[in-house]
Design a protein around this ligand. Structure first.
Ligand code: ACO
Length: 321
């Protein structure tokens, strides 16, 4: 028994912020941002929330899967940027969708969040505990972005992606997941409920702060290691993998991972040019785009890999359809 993705959906706010708009706020340029990150635009909320985007992505995934909201037995939302603490984002989605039979909880693992939500759903499905699960990554990172800090504000965007998973016959591949809290200072953001000395909501501690080079080095070393390990553990060869769907942080990170794995860059789809880094939503949004444009075909083997704050990272193998 395993878990199979049978529907996907995504939502991005209609407001698109290009690099020139950022260059009007901080000392940077379209050329610098594109060259160092690959990002050209990002979608930014104007009235939407983490909950509303999660709901819309989920509605689209349910429609795509043909599953009714009442059939969903578990909803997991991965987010670090919800507009609600209580009730949790997943319960808000449940109410809005009328998924009255679902158990709901949120997960917080930053840019590794969707991979961990997928693994959790897979464990419940392959263990026979649930038959139908909805997983969602939804982020309003613009609320956690310091728009005066040029080293971070160029990177992030808002959006949500969702997948419906059903129990079915097949192989449940083993995941690789890792965390290193000892290196957590590389990427931080204090909760708005944490008092800092002479606290003011404009203090940079309340926004994402990052040692960009440290995160970059961590990602290009640990992601290929995790991918190699997940393939070895499951006795799957690189030749069998059609796509490596990585967290969309920076095109140079994706290119470097491809190079270290000695795999062609064509196997590494990217949409960060349009969305920027949407943390736990990025892999789900990309899977949805690939499903809709026909790149994903039944029987293909895919690796998904996430990495980010924590530090956390991990990779999973799945068979599509
Ligand atoms: N525009 C122009 N110049 C800039 C900008 C900018 N936006 N940002 C930094 N610079 C300058 C720096 O001040 C520095 O100038 P100096 O040489 O005079 O001191 C120079 O550019 C080089 O700075 P670096 O930090 O070395 O630039 P780098 O090539 O490392 O690129 C970047 C920075 C894009 C942040 C890169 O390090 C990166 O992408 N890191 C990974 C970030 C990431 O993926 N984070 C998300 C993790 S996922 C999660 O959990 C949220």
């Amino acid at each position: 028994m395993t878990g199979i993705i049978c529907g996907t959906g995504s939502y991005a706010p209609s407001y698109v912020m290009d690099n020139n708009e950022i260059a009007a706020m901080v000392d940077t340029s379209d050329e610098w941002i594109k060259e160092r990150t690959g990002v050209a635009t990002r979608h930014i909320i104007k009235g939407e929330t983490t909950v509303s985007m999660a709901c819309e992505a989920a509605r689209r995934a349910l429609l795509d899967s043909g599953v009714r909201a009442e059939e969903v037995e578990l909803i997991i939302v991965s987010t670090i940027s919800s507009n609600v603490i209580l009730p949790c984002t997943a319960c808000e989605v449940q109410r809005e969708l009328g998924a009255e039979n679902a158990t709901c909880f949120d997960m917080s693992a930053a840019c590794s969040g969707f991979v961990l939500a997928y693994n959790t759903a897979l464990a419940y499905l392959s263990g026979g505990i649930y038959r139908t699960v909805l997983i969602i990554g939804s982020e309003s990172l613009s609320n956690l972005t310091n728009w005066k800090d040029r080293s971070t504000c160029i990177l992030f965007g808002d959006g949500a992606g969702a997948a419906v998973m059903k129990a079915g016959e097949g192989r449940a591949y083993l995941p690789v997941t890792c965390s290193d809290g000892g290196k957590g200072k590389a990427l931080t953001c204090l909760s708005r409920h944490t008092p800092v000395e002479s606290a003011h909501m404009n203090d940079p501690e309340y926004y994402m702060q990052m040692d960009g080079q440290a995160v970059f080095k961590f990602a290009v070393k640990k992601v290929p290691e995790a991918v190699n390990e997940v393939l070895r553990k499951n006795h799957v060869s690189k030749e069998e993998i059609t796509w490596y769907v990585l967290h969309q942080a920076n095109s140079r990170i994706v290119e470097s991972v491809a190079k270290r794995l000695e795999e062609p860059i064509e196997k590494f789809p990217m949409n960060l040019q349009e969305y920027g880094n949407t943390s736990s939503a990025s892999i789900a949004i990309l899977l949805d785009e690939m499903k809709r444009d026909g790149r994903l075909k039944n029987g293909q083997k895919i690796v998904i890999a996430g990495f980010g704050a924590g530090l956390t990272w991990g990779a999973s193998v799945m068979e599509w359809g």
